[in-house]
Write a protein that binds this ligand. Structure first.
Ligand code: CAA
Length: 381
């Protein structure tokens, strides 16, 4: 665990709990789960018992009731252990935040409490086979079926879908309206017409469960819609604003893990009669790696802190996500370089970190989409 001053004693003990969980429960099994692409349901449920999932869901609905800043402290530790766990353990926050943002009190009681209290999983269903970066171009439809809504369409790359009991689905009631036609609706997994595909065989974060979810004439009661007709896109964007710092914290955890391994190895590995850490070429790499991870954490903390103050932080969240994801990719690549040929094998931990880091530049908005969000705001001024 990285020693940091300035955190409160509550924050330090929160980090301590998450760090111990990462060291004792996650690190020992991470490589084997990666090899088998196996979802660690039991271990995550142990994390639930410690309050390490549903971090930002208010305590009155059974969550840990943390602010986004404190959630980032926990997530960095978990992702330091293994980012596949990080992604899996933060997915409920992503799926349930739309209900927190746009739901009525009655909806919060019905759609947050049962999932959160009993340690179930929920999934955020925005992305589709033909709509990734262009979220407003989604094709899943929602029609008025009298006493219910009827949903048809397919969602792709859905985290935890294989284990989720509830889906937060974004669908259009009028595709000609683009983002103004998008609605947000809660769909229980048990609803007839819902089907979930297989666990995707991914390059990295292989223990995190990622599936296609299909909705075939799925009917849900009218009061399952979160917000009104056409409110869904803004709810999704506000959710991503809140979630991107937490994803950035996953990237910081990966970068820190790669740096830790590279630093330790550079002191052990001898070439030309000396530890390679005595060579300035390696020292400069280590200095740049540590600086970039620290800068990423600071951007992450700034965006999280702003959101906790109730400020709008789309640009700051995108800056944090962009910087941290690209840093994780660079730092893990450098760690493999420092390990040399050994780093390129599965006998050492850094090749997994490099594969895991790549996903950070793709999900929850690619690094290019983060630049779009940042640049649009800069150009407005
Ligand atoms: N908060 C509130 N409102 C927002 C907003 C925000 N952050 N961003 C945009 N809006 C509003 C705009 O003000 C605009 O409103 P008006 O109609 O009132 O003017 C409306 O939404 C449309 O905005 P844009 O014109 O900017 O929309 P766009 O179609 O050009 O798209 C985009 C913007 C930023 C590119 C968006 O499509 C986007 O974020 N794409 C990436 C999607 C993404 O991140 N997907 C990840 C899925 S989740 C995942 O990967 C998680 C996982 O499972 C691990």
């Amino acid at each position: 665990m990285l020693p940091l001053s300035g955190l409160s004693s509550e924050q330090e003990s929160l980090r301590e709990i998450a760090s111990r969980f990462a060291i004792e429960k996650i690190r020992p099994v991470a490589a084997a789960l990666d090899e088998r692409a196996e979802f660690p349901k039991g271990i995550i449920q142990e994390g639930h018992a410690l309050g390490l999932i549903n971090l930002t869901i208010p305590a009155e609905y059974g969550g840990s009731g943390l602010g986004i800043f404190d959630a980032c402290l926990v997530i960095e530790e978990i992702a330091w252990g293994c980012s596949g766990f990080g992604t899996s353990m933060v997915a409920n926050d992503l799926a349930l935040t739309p209900i927190k943002i746009g739901g009525t009190e009655d909806q919060k009681k019905r759609f947050l409490e049962p999932v959160v209290s009993s340690g179930q999983f929920a999934s955020f269903c925005l992305t589709e086979p033909g709509a990734g970066s262009d979220a407003a171009g989604l094709q899943t439809t929602i029609e008025d079926g009298g006493d219910s809504w009827i949903i048809n369409g397919s969602k792709q790359w859905i985290t935890n879908a294989g284990y989720a009991s509830q889906f937060t689905v974004f669908a259009s009631h009028d595709r000609t309206k683009r983002h103004k036609g998008i609605c947000c609706v809660v769909v229980p997994r048990s609803t007839p017409g819902v089907s979930v595909g297989h666990h995707e065989n991914k390059m990295g974060q292989r223990c995190s469960d990622t599936c296609v979810v299909t909705f075939d004439n799925v009917r849900v009661p009218k009061d399952h819609m979160i917000g009104g007709l056409g409110d869904g896109f803004k709810i999704a964007m506000q959710t991503l604003d809140a979630s991107r710092p937490m994803t950035a914290a996953i990237a910081v955890g990966i970068g820190r893990a790669a740096f830790d391994h590279a630093l330790a190895y550079s002191k052990e590995r001898k070439q030309f009669g000396s530890a390679i850490s005595s060579f300035q070429g390696i020292q400069f790499m280590l200095a740049d790696m540590a600086t970039a991870v620290d800068a990423s954490r600071l951007l992450t903390w700034r965006s999280a802190w702003m959101l906790d103050q109730g400020a709008s932080a789309s640009v700051e969240s995108s800056m944090a996500k962009r910087m941290s994801a690209d840093t994780a990719m660079q730092v893990t690549t450098d760690a493999v370089q420092i390990f040399g040929g050994y780093g390129y094998t599965k006998d050492y931990p850094v090749e997994k970190l490099m594969r895991d880091a790549k996903l950070l530049q793709i999900y929850e908005g690619t690094s290019q989409i983060q630049r779009v969000v940042i640049a649009r705001e800069l150009l407005k001024g």
